[in-house]
Write a protein that binds this ligand. Sequence first.
Ligand SMILES: Cc1cc2nc3c(=O)[nH]c(=O)nc-3n(C[C@H](O)[C@H](O)[C@H](O)COP(=O)(O)OP(=O)(O)OC[C@H]3O[C@@H](n4cnc5c(N)ncnc54)[C@H](O)[C@@H]3O)c2cc1C
Length: 411
Amino acid sequence: MHNTPAMVIVGAGHVGGRAAQALREGGWGGPIMLVGAELHLPYERPPLSKALLTGERTAAQCALREPASYAADGITHFTSTVDAIDPATRQITLADGRRFAYHALLLATGGHLRWIDIPGSHLPGVLGLRTLDDAAALAPRLVEGTHIVVIGGGFIGLEVAASARARGCRVSVVEGAPRLLGRAVPESIGARVLALHRAQGVDVRLDSAPTAIVSRGDGLDVQLADGRVLAADTVVVGVGITPAIGLAQAAGLSTARGVLVNAELRTSAEGIYAAGDVAEFPSALSGETIRQETWHNAETQARTAARNMLGAHEAYTELPWFWSDQYDHQLQVAGEPALGATTVTRTLGTDAEMHFYLDAGGRLVGVSGFGPLSTVAKELKLARLLLERRAKPVPLQLADAGVKLKSLLAA
Ligand SMILES: Cc1cc2nc3c(=O)[nH]c(=O)nc-3n(C[C@H](O)[C@H](O)[C@H](O)COP(=O)(O)OP(=O)(O)OC[C@H]3O[C@@H](n4cnc5c(N)ncnc54)[C@H](O)[C@@H]3O)c2cc1C
């Protein structure tokens, strides 16, 4: 047993790395233990399905911080799983049995890839994408002319499809639902995303489900429910993640879809906090618990959790925000569209659109948009500002692309 209680962070992903930094910046002078199951120091995941696959970024360029900054900040990085947490004695146990006392602990365990339960889904050549190692295994397989079959038409699957097209691969996407991106975006945006991928040469199959994957020596046959067979060189499974709540459950913490935390990101156990993909927290807009799997959530919750571990009692009040880059297009969702009572659509030329979601009192509670990056980036930034100010814009003005969003901000 190592006796000096440390600030312990379980999970050395985006949240883990940022929280360790914020603890030191916030004035913590004692030990900081950052324990992660992956071999790598914390890195950012968004490039894994984009620039890392297209070759525009290296693994080193995905690092969250300079590797030397951890030693400089006196942050000790352990490559290990944390196998147990004992909230009664405030101790953790590592995989090798060593135990350490904690002053406060942050659960930043993220999520595990969900998998498809069909014969052949574990054959070599069937890959998932969550980690740097997953991306390192996938990138060299995106060879010009090879056929990549992506199972799942969600954000990550579609980003992989776009990156594979950029590398000259033939790409098929197999999606079980009748539309892409499910309920995450309005139907018209889903339709635009579908049209974009098809225009880029992706064979998108909706209402389609794989039933088996069979090895054929030099490749894989993906059998579909309609009897068709896709001859693939590589299969990428992109059907989402399951939050890594097992450790918290074993420690007796309250969990639901994620680890339940209050507005200060504190779990049901004294001194234990949770943040990022694994945390289920009260929405600043509705008070209902929500979970977010986004860069912005990881970045901002890490900082709030760290401040609260240091004794602040700060509520997490950031609004959700997510982006996805596909080809030269960007999709964004901010706030909580599901809370909207009415939706106002603003069309930007022929190839971009935005949606504004207003609650019953006319207050903006969500925004979504899609189009070429050059068309939507600035508009979506202004829309987010309106949202953050909890504005009550006039619907007719929102709908009129001739009325500048900047002028609504000034109002
Ligand atoms: C391919 C990809 C592309 C993405 N693109 C976007 C994007 O374009 N826009 C966007 O907003 N978001 C995007 N995201 C989401 C964003 O990256 C995540 O929301 C963010 O990484 C979550 O950070 P986290 O620290 O909560 O979890 P993670 O980054 O998953 O880190 C959790 C870490 O905890 C470790 N761990 C788990 N259990 C234990 C244990 N018991 N002991 C020790 N270690 C443990 C895991 O090994 C992992 O390293 C993307 C994600 C992926 C995978």
